[in-house]
Design a protein around this ligand. Sequence first.
Ligand code: PLP
Length: 361
Amino acid sequence: MARVFNFSAGPAALPEDVLKQAQAEMLDWQGSGMSVMEMSHRGKEFMSIAAEAEADVRELMAIPDNYKVLFLQGGASSQFAMIPMNLIGKTGKADYFRTGSWSKKAIAEAKRFGDVAVTADREIDGKFTTVPAADGFEVSADAAYLHYTPNETIEGVEFPYVPETGDVPLVADMSSTILSRPVDVSKFGLIYAGAQKNIGPAGLTIVIVRDDLVGDPLPGTPAMFTYRTHADAESMYNTPPTYGWYLAGLVFKWLKAQGGLAGMAAINQRKAESLYRAIDESAFYNNPVDPACRSWMNVPFTLANAELDAEFLKLAGEAGLKTLKGHRSVGGMRASIYNAMPEAGVATLIDFMREFERTKA
Ligand SMILES: *Cc1c(COP(=O)(O)O)cnc(C)c1O
């Protein structure tokens, strides 16, 4: 068996140790005689798996007690709707930052439910390569919340700071950056993330929501789209994504073994810095993003000669470096280097890039 270095933006690589443990427990989870996939979500075995996963993510992220952690389905894209459905009713208005493809989608969805003010728009000549300065935006006094995307997965643009929003609750789509470094959860009203980048398999969505924001859905909001429903039922109102929840729990244990989020951040910073350095030192590769807000997780880069893209991808694939093709809207390459990408994977990519430049450029 040969595992490759998988640079997919999502669903993305999982830690090999986690996959091995899941494999070992596949047929018989800890003497239960059944797979986690086959268990009742209300049985004591799964309840213990669920509770332990929640306790571990609370510990990893130091989530204060006045926040609920919800294990939902529907992906981050469902949250684009659930957030306004549950939060916008207070004033009918919300602020949104527009910093890339995912925040654009969040804005489009929110507009169905109320007045959206785009208080920072960083599209320049059709491209997103920067974020607003920390003091470069207004917060509307009557906004029910301010939504932003800390890491734009497609453009590779990441906020180097957490926006200061005063009394206006801050809502963050952390799909591609959650668990990559420590964050002060108390600065946020709500954090959400689809699991398939940095948490576990697709199908699980995590929402971390402050108690006072669980409350007031718009009239007509279906039960399944109401945070209160899931908060009151501890995410067991209907059948939760049990296997994804279990795998997320294994990932949380793995993260604790890496030294928690501080340990992970040090590794992630090394990976990102070495890759950006290799790009910047070369005249052949280019990353268009403002160096102050380059993503630690998603590194887009272009080749000086786009006619070599196909050959780059082919030879990279032969070298065990997979899924490097960039998003169609940006072109070129994108290396997603989430938590599960080992440092050796990034080092192998850099060696390959240098060799490719030497022989082809
Ligand atoms: C991948 C991604 C999404 C979409 O997630 P789904 O779970 O597929 O709905 C939304 N926002 C960001 C920042 C993402 O990276």
